[in-house]
Design a protein around this ligand. Structure first.
Ligand code: GUN
Length: 296
């Protein structure tokens, strides 16, 4: 293996420590405690783990954590009423509704009911529009974390060829916007792209967010490229559950210059970015400048 490993656990710990420092400053200088509300509808086991981790890390950073666990059969009206309540609660600076929602709920309607200034996921159409037009937006946590890791590893990204594989609203599309904003030449590819391998081969920066286990192999990668693997795919190995990315790590690590592992790459940085977004939202709500190094 020749690639340098970009360690998401180390990166996330450094970001959490910057967040905790800013929280301390907000408490001491302004008597403000940033607060994050997380809403979970139903009992999806993976979502329950995410929500528990988010709550623990929020309190560890010195912030207030408000958790709402609602039954699977919660009505749209009741969920919207809770969001209205959180929108007008001055102790809540960030609101996250864990996705996916049960099928009878309209996720677009729910997300767009969140006050855009408290939308720490950056999924509200107002934030999508602000990001697309290069204005101050709440930026979705996973692509924000990817951009921070890329900047940390490569410094200035100007002029680099970036290929994003995957076109989701949560990762692929905002990732492409962020890379464009960082002056990359961006290609968006996806599962139906023709000759995906040759498109990937031109990337100085390759972001894999397509949701297909080990789809991107070493011979799709340009020598020395920086590879960010957003995939979290559960597969069975020797009869046991196992996490793999969208990139075939062992062959990719022979060719790439640097690569994020799965697990321990993008995943931990995403939650740290959620904490950072909550501090950013809190500062903006109080007319304070967003701290350096927590936003883009
Ligand atoms: N479910 C999986 N990833 C996410 C995320 O980034 N935000 C929310 N709200 N739900 C998710």
């Amino acid at each position: 293996m020749s690639a340098q490993i970009i360690d998401g656990k180390v990166f996330a710990a450094q970001l959490r420590s910057r967040v905790a420092g800013q929280v301390k400053r907000l408490k001491e200088d302004h008597r403000i405690t940033p607060g994050l509300a997380v809403v979970l509808v139903g009992a999806d086991p993976a979502s329950e783990v995410y929500v528990r981790n988010k709550g623990r890390q929020t309190t560890e950073a010195g912030m207030s954590s408000f958790e709402y666990k609602l039954p699977t059969d919660t009505s749209q009206a009741d969920l919207l009423a809770l969001i209205e309540r959180l929108n007008s609660d001055p102790e809540v600076h960030g609101i996250l509704v864990q996705l996916p929602l049960p099928k009878h709920l309209n996720a677009d309607l729910v997300i767009n009911a969140i006050d855009p200034a408290k939308d720490v996921d950056g999924f509200h159409v107002s934030n999508v529009g602000l990001l697309g037009t290069g204005q101050n937006a709440m930026v979705p946590c996973t692509p924000l974390g990817c951009l921070m890791m890329l900047r940390g590893h490569l410094g200035d990204l100007s002029g680099l060829e970036a290929v994003v594989v995957g076109r989701s609203n949560i990762v692929g599309k905002p990732m492409a916007q962020l890379l464009l904003g960082a002056n990359c030449t961006v290609t968006m590819a996806h599962s139906r792209t023709r000759d995906l391998a040759s498109i990937c081969r031109r990337a100085d920066i390759l972001v894999a967010a397509v949701g297909r286990p080990k789809m991107i192999r070493g011979d799709w990668i340009k020598a020395g490229a920086t590879v960010i693997d957003v995939g979290i795919n559960r597969v069975a190995r020797d009869g046991k559950p196992h996490l793999v990315g969208d990139v075939d790590f062992s062959s990719a690590a022979e060719i790439a210059g640097a690569i994020t592992p799965v697990p321990g790459g993008v995943g931990p940085v995403t939650i740290a970015c959620l904490l950072a977004n909550t501090v950013t939202a809190c500062c903006r709500a109080h007319g304070l400048p967003a701290p350096e190094g927590l936003a883009v």
